[in-house]
Ligand binder design. Structure first.
Ligand code: SAH
Ligand code: SF4
Length: 357
């Protein structure tokens, strides 16, 4: 059996990393491009059918595959569930250590979006989120994030060879900014135009509000979109729903968002899951307007997807909430309800088929 300790995943490598390794083994640097293309753009899992330069071909035969130095992350699909809308598919994918994560492929208006997980479980414990309720298991490696995108890419190509993924959202299981290094490394690979090539402006990182990481995104001028899950307009309202706000207060979070906006000039998307009687009142909307004053903000309202014990706001209340924000000049839209029937909606991602320890 292959030992994890001696095998590296090719998906963990960015272009330069792959090139360094090839060159160290005597392969000419300019051959990297062909291999990278096969690996990332064509999402191949079997390289034997592809003609490469003879030294590269030999290198692949010697080094890549089960029991060899390198392998590609084998995500084993445990299940695939189709939503009745016909446009959403959820994949349950088993990682090498047996953890099961979820990836969702959504196809609307011929623009396909993939939603990936960044952790197995999540440490943040939001009360209305199924992933939060299962607790933290572990961070994903960059290669495990890349592998989810490539899995969706293969499925999409089978459906229609001309289609490619246009958008990526980090809204699956886990808190991306709690796994900063791996996420940023993975996004560098995924946005590389020589490979998968999803544009940075089509990639959204959604965070519960890990303040130091938001400031880091700004300081590093990372080109991705930022979505902040807010859900509450004062400390009390928010911390009842989002325990992480006891660590990073709403005041700190908003100040980090202001700083992010100033440094990057980017608009911030604020996500607001509407929960009946808890954060959908007129007063809450007015407080939210005050809170976000001066920030280039777009507010995304998410009708709560049912998870144990929590109910969504009635749609009239949601629409009234939206009206108030719009009248104050904030762009404010409702997130489409996607894949609810397959438990692939936001916050419903929880590996039901996770093997018990
Ligand atoms: N951890 C990150 C990203 C994953 S959650 C975050 O919290 O932003 C993605 C989005 O789904 C978040 O906006 C989250 O608040 C929302 N969400 C979680 N549970 C939900 C539920 N039951 N119904 C609707 N949205 C939910
Ligand atoms: Fe984690 Fe996001 Fe779920 Fe909160 S909403 S528990 S941060 S995945």
């Amino acid at each position: 059996m292959t030992s994890l300790a001696t095998t590296s995943s090719l998906y963990d490598l960015d272009f330069d990393g792959l090139q360094t390794r090839l060159v160290a083994d005597g392969i000419l640097a300019h051959h990297t491009k062909a291999f990278w293309r096969a690996l990332q753009r064509d999402a191949l899992t079997d390289f034997s059918t592809k003609p490469f330069s003879p030294p590269l071909e030999k290198w692949i035969q010697k080094n890549v595959g089960s029991g060899k130095i390198y392998q590609i992350d084998p995500l084993h699909q445990v299940d695939e569930i189709h939503s009745t809308d016909g446009l959403t598919r959820k994949f349950l994918l088993r990682l090498q250590d047996g953890q099961v994560i979820e990836t969702v492929l959504m196809g609307y208006d011929h623009r396909h979006t993939v939603c990936v997980s960044t952790q197995a479980g999540c440490a943040m414990g939001c009360v209305f989120c199924a992933t939060g309720q299962m607790g933290f298991v572990r961070h994903l490696r960059p290669g495990e994030i890349v592998a989810q995108v490539l899995h969706a890419q293969r499925v999409l190509r089978q459906m229609d060879p001309r289609r490619r993924l246009r958008n990526l959202v980090l809204m699956g299981m886990g808190e991306p900014l709690h796994n900063y290094e791996a996420v940023i490394h993975a996004l560098g690979i995924i946005s590389d135009v020589r490979g998968i090539g999803i544009g940075p402006s089509k990639i959204a990182i959604s965070t519960v509000g890990v303040v130091p990481s938001i400031l880091r995104l700004a300081a590093e001028n990372q080109p991705y979109r930022l979505a902040v899950s807010l859900h509450g307009s004062n400390e009390e309202e928010r911390s009842a729903l989002v325990p992480a706000s006891k660590k990073w207060s709403l005041a700190e979070l908003i100040s980090a968002c202001r700083k992010y906006g100033e440094l990057t000039q980017n608009r911030i998307f604020f996500e607001w899951t509407l929960i009946d009687g808890q954060n959908d009142s007129h007063e809450t909307a007015l407080r939210l307007i005050k809170l976000l004053e001066g920030i280039d903000a777009h507010i995304n309202l998410i009708p709560l997807n049912p998870t144990g014990g929590y109910h969504g706001a009635a749609s009239e209340r949601g629409h009234a909430f939206q009206r108030i924000l719009r009248e104050a000049g904030f762009p404010c839209t409702f997130r489409q309800r996607r894949g609810i029937d397959v438990a692939a909606g936001c916050g419903m991602l929880k590996a039901e088929k996770r093997p018990r320890a």
